[in-house]
Design a protein around this ligand. Structure first.
Ligand code: SF4
Ligand code: SF4
Length: 291
């Protein structure tokens, strides 16, 4: 619907040449019947990430209880939790010899702990089988279940706690129905209070109709809630049925966001058109001081 903006030249995706490691990872994933966001979302960075030993796994099924119109994940009544998933995930990560993994999930508003217990089961099992692997979790907002979720998470915390704000508060109603800007900020703040030595991280997309000033305001809010790491990338509509791209942010503007992020005191900011929440997650974490 509406006019479709032409992609500027800096959006052109570099395919790169897949390495042997890339094919090896793909094959092991098939054998273990596990799916990565990298493949499902046809992420343009897949060659690079798999090549570096980084991948993003989606747990707790592929049906989300929310319906964000920018998102390509399926919706509907979620499947029951798979009790074998944490062990299977851990086995796969060990077989892949991954150095850095991002574990994420759909929103599970149907579960009493929002899925926090399943996250922690996955963290524990991965740590047991791959003690050297760094684990970042990219969580839902645990809306209505924050106390319970935080209690569970602090018992087996990840190496990085990531929760994306995705967009500016003015656009929440349109882009994040069922979510709440302040609630998400509070989750990040309260996690930091509960586990002060684990860096917190959040991500934003640009191109949904926000202004530069609104992005800067969100960045200030994130710092005011103790958030250490930031990602900002260009929104690309997954299809004509999703929210349209309302602007392509110029590389100079991304540079400006990056400079401002440094001034505001983020320990790491990954900012650029093709940046995704988990892009160079290993490097981001290393630069932010996660050993
Ligand atoms: Fe996977 Fe994230 Fe890398 Fe994309 S940026 S390939 S989703 S780890
Ligand atoms: Fe997609 Fe997350 Fe929104 Fe669910 S809550 S629709 S997974 S962005």
């Amino acid at each position: 619907a509406g006019e479709v903006l032409k992609k500027p030249e800096w959006i052109r995706v570099r395919a790169g040449s897949p390495t042997t490691r890339f094919y090896e990872i793909k094959q092991i994933l098939r054998e273990h019947k596990l799916h990565t966001v990298c493949e499902e979302a046809s992420c343009p960075n897949i060659g690079e990430c798999f090549g570096h030993g980084t991948a993003t796994f989606m747990i707790m099924g592929d049906k989300c209880t929310r319906r964000c119109p920018f998102c390509d994940v399926g919706h509907g009544r979620p499947d029951p939790l798979d009790a074998d998933e944490p062990a299977n995930l851990a086995k796969t990560i060990a077989a892949l010899k991954l150095k850095y993994v991002v574990i994420t999930s759909v929103d599970r508003d149907d579960l009493r702990d929002g899925g926090a217990g399943h996250f922690v089961d996955c963290i524990r099992q991965v740590r047991e089988q791959s003690p050297a692997t760094r684990i970042e979790i990219l969580t839902p907002d645990f809306r209505g279940r924050m106390d319970r979720a935080l209690d569970i998470l602090k018992a087996a915390p990840p190496d990085v706690m990531n929760h994306n704000l995705e967009t500016v508060p003015r656009l929440y109603k349109e882009a994040r129905p069922g979510s709440d800007y302040q609630f998400s900020l509070n989750l990040l703040k309260r996690f930091k209070e509960a586990v002060p030595d684990v860096p917190t991280k959040s991500g934003l997309m640009v191109g949904l109709g926000e202004t530069d000033e609104e992005i800067l305001d969100v960045m200030r809010d994130l710092r005011a809630h103790g958030v250490d790491m930031l990602t900002i990338g260009q929104y690309l509509a997954p299809s004509g049925h999703h929210l349209p791209v309302r602007r392509y942010v110029h590389p100079d503007t991304f540079k400006m966001f990056e400079t401002e992020a440094q001034k505001m005191g983020f320990s790491h900011a990954a900012v650029g058109a093709m940046v995704r929440s988990s892009y160079h997650a290993d490097k981001q974490a290393a630069e932010a001081g996660v050993a």
